[in-house]
Design a protein around this ligand. Sequence first.
Ligand code: MN
Length: 247
Amino acid sequence: MKRRQFIGLIGLGAAGACAPGGNKSNSTESKNEALKAAPISGHFFPALPYNYNALEPYIDAETMELHYDKHHRGYYKKFTAAIDDSSLETMSMRDVFGEMSKHNDGVRNNGGGYYNHMLFWENLSPEKSEPSARLLSHIVKNFKSFEGFKEAFYKAAKTRFGSGWAWLVLTDDRKLKITSTPNQDNPLMDDVEERGIPLMTIDVWEHAYYLNYQNRRGDYINAFWSIVNWKVVSKRFEKALKGEWLG
Ligand code: MN
């Protein structure tokens, strides 16, 4: 068995630990952390950090199951197939994205789909939270007010034509910026309009909201604020200030 296949199996096992109905968020989280910290390079399919119905009524269980188990898993499988036996097998995602202009659409679309969804699940939570004082002060400094920030993020997500993502990033000059990307692109890629370290993201592909919201993307974006995991976003901000990023 090749190393990548072995890693993939570990990942699927961790995901299976999060069957709907059980409350295993803590053990699932620690498994993810353990996998990230494992002294082996490679990629794994991450566990969902909560149950499928945990984000209701903002995101319904059926959407979550399809989105995670079909869409996200599909990107992961296609990505690992696309990099099979290549030097990318042991490269971090950050490094892969950093030279994405050299790679084909299979690596780009499936690598982005694999990684972006991982970030997205992590920055959602059924538990209410608030941005850290330091993040909040940076948001207010960059966007005049918290409301101004929410409006700018809403606009980026709402006006992204077709399928894509909206992002809050920290740029190289240590500014918070809001951007959006088409398809499965992300701000770590070397050839996108606005680069930066991702702090928070929302998936605005129709598969992320259509069952519950149909064509009302704006209602889905508004609902997003009720389930943002500000603890994770704040933690990413602290890491990004130090130039650190997992993956
Ligand atoms: Mn998606």
